[in-house]
Design a protein around this ligand. Structure first.
Ligand code: SGN
Ligand code: CA
Length: 530
């Protein structure tokens, strides 16, 4: 009780100091959230060992902060966006998967609506992916559904669809800076730039075709995973080897002169000529490996990475253009810039592309933030951040208290200017474990639903639906999550602790469906995966 009281006092003190700091400069800062699609930490140089350089994302991190341990509640697009808007888990905000339940109730409380009460002008431009149109924004121009890479359609307010000439990433940047040009400069703004890159089918901008062709990418250590002791991992359908589609994904042997409906049909004649030239050469390489299964697999893996990274290159360039715009228009000092993605992605780890699993690569998401005057350049945050914290943090920046029904917490006190003692005492109260729940099954990638808990060292996952089993990983000893330790007697007490922690989290976040599954089957289920 005493501990809780001390925590509450620290929290109030730290938050009110931050709010006070903002009041004294009378206008709260502008906030831009650049929110990409499937862009994973393994491909961002600010995160260390990376498959490519991302100078502009790094610029945000270097001039501000990087959150090293940021996780999502449900590693998939529309649900993650619903979490960003509401600061709540999907069983509370109602949007659990990308399927028929992609309906989002726009009448509920959302971050932009709360910011509007503080006079913010608000806009969402780019990928949105919720079935219902945005509400509570002063302006939106969104891609319908997944959107297209070339000559994309956008839905304009109130509900008109128009096609625009150009490459999606460039158009989204252009529409964003156009909106900034026209805004009411007497008010602060909140702008979400919803990027389409780096989503499947990874169509690079023409200028980036072949940008990574001189690099030989080795397989990740667990590319040849045989999924021993991990049944759900074995039964997924998202491998580079078997699931990746030669023509649609890797652009091999496409008849460029007669492309039917689909992504390639949207290329204009100049773009099509560039694609034809480039991928005809790639198709020749395919011909030379297609009868050698090992060489073919390496070819597929390399082509996947090269196209993905090329779309990331245009994404990073677009972010640079937004940063340059802010500097040129003297907005850089009073604008908070956040870069994050809706989830992480597999770059061949476990043999996969896509996301969904609670394993590290897709559970994590990048998060960097620049907040001049409040966050010291080069700040590194190690605490566990979850995407339910994004909305409360944004509100905190604007000087707004987190509503009591939001499930996340502002982590601004962990990174913003306060005394080291206040920071330390706040950090002591921060979460030591996070809760995850994934739902979508079976389409499109046959990943069984699951929920679980991750602590700094361990991860316990409970699969349900087609599989009914538990997995335990010791992330310190096994960072690539290959050894399911659920039947290892030396971990018995850890398993007991984690089971309790998982149950506590389900109760805390009111995930009653998960709790029911846990309670009805836990006593009868077999831990040993078949
Ligand atoms: C599409 C993709 C899937 C992807 C989902 C969800 N197939 O269905 O591979 O998992 O989107 O992605 S595709 O052949 O149509 O590209 S999400 O980012 O929206 O969650
Ligand atoms: Ca996504």
């Amino acid at each position: 009780m005493k501990k809780q009281f001390a925590f509450l006092c620290t929290l109030l003190l730290v938050c009110s100091n931050l709010i006070h700091a903002q009041k004294s400069s009378n206008k709260p800062p502008n906030i831009i959230v650049i929110f990409s699609d499937d862009h994973t930490q393994q491909t961002i140089s600010a995160y260390g060992k990376s498959l490519m350089q991302t100078p502009n994302i790094d610029r945000i991190a270097n001039e501000g902060m990087i959150a090293k341990n940021t996780f999502v509640t449900n590693s998939i697009c529309a649900p993650s966006r619903a979490v960003l808007l509401t600061g709540k888990y999907n069983h509370i905000n109602g949007l659990k998967d990308n399927g028929p339940r992609r309906f989002f109730d726009g009448n509920q409380q959302q971050v932009q609506k709360l910011l509007k009460q503080k006079e913010y002008q608000t806009a969402w431009i780019g990928k949105w992916h919720l079935q219902t149109l945005p509400s509570g924004f002063d302006f939106f121009r969104i891609l319908p559904d997944q959107g297209q890479y070339f000559q994309p359609n956008f839905i304009n307010m109130p509900n008109d669809t128009t096609s625009y000439k150009g490459y999606t990433t460039n158009l989204i940047t252009e529409f964003s800076t156009n909106w900034l040009d026209k805004r009411d400069t007497s008010k602060p703004f909140f702008l979400v730039v919803g990027e389409k890159a780096t989503h499947r089918n990874w169509m690079p901008d023409v200028e980036d075709l072949g940008a990574f062709d001189n690099i030989d990418f080795p397989y990740p250590a667990n590319f040849m995973d045989t999924y021993n002791g991990r049944e759900a991992a074995r039964l997924q359908d998202m491998t580079v080897d078997k699931t990746m589609v030669l023509q649609d994904d890797l652009k091999i042997n496409v008849n460029w002169d007669k492309v039917g409906p689909g992504m390639f049909a949207r290329l204009d004649p100049t773009q099509k000529a560039a694609y034809k030239k480039y991928y005809t050469e790639i198709s020749k390489q395919y011909e030379s490996v297609k009868n050698d299964s090992a060489a073919l697999l390496k070819f597929k893996f390399e082509r996947y990475l090269k196209d993905y990274l090329a779309t990331a290159k245009s994404l990073d360039r677009g972010i640079g253009n937004i940063l340059d715009y802010l500097a040129k228009n003297k907005l850089d000092q009073n604008t908070v810039v956040i870069y994050a993605s809706d989830q992480g992605f597999y770059m061949g780890e476990h043999g996969w592309f896509d996301k969904r699993f609670m394993y590290e690569e897709s559970l994590r998401t990048p998060f960097v933030m620049r907040y001049p005057g409040q966050i010291k350049p080069g700040t590194q945050l190690q605490e566990m951040i979850v995407n339910i914290d994004f909305a409360p943090t944004i509100l905190n920046i604007a000087g707004i208290q987190t509503p009591s029904d939001m499930q996340g917490k502002s982590f601004l006190p962990l990174v913003a200017k306060t005394t080291p003692a206040a920071k330390k005492s706040f950090a002591a109260t921060w979460r030591k474990s996070m809760y995850y729940h994934y739902y979508e099954y079976p389409q499109p990638h046959h990943v069984a639903p699951h929920f679980g808990v991750r602590t700094t060292r361990y991860k316990l996952i409970r699969f349900y639906g087609p599989h009914n089993n538990l997995e335990l990983f010791d992330l310190q000893k096994d960072p690539t999550e290959m050894n399911n330790l659920i039947n290892d007697p030396s971990y018995a007490s850890i398993i007991t602790e984690l089971k309790k922690e998982l149950k506590d989290l389900m109760v805390h976040y009111q995930d009653l469906d998960a709790l029911a599954i846990w309670n009805t089957t836990e006593s009868t289920m077999q831990d040993m995966p078949k």
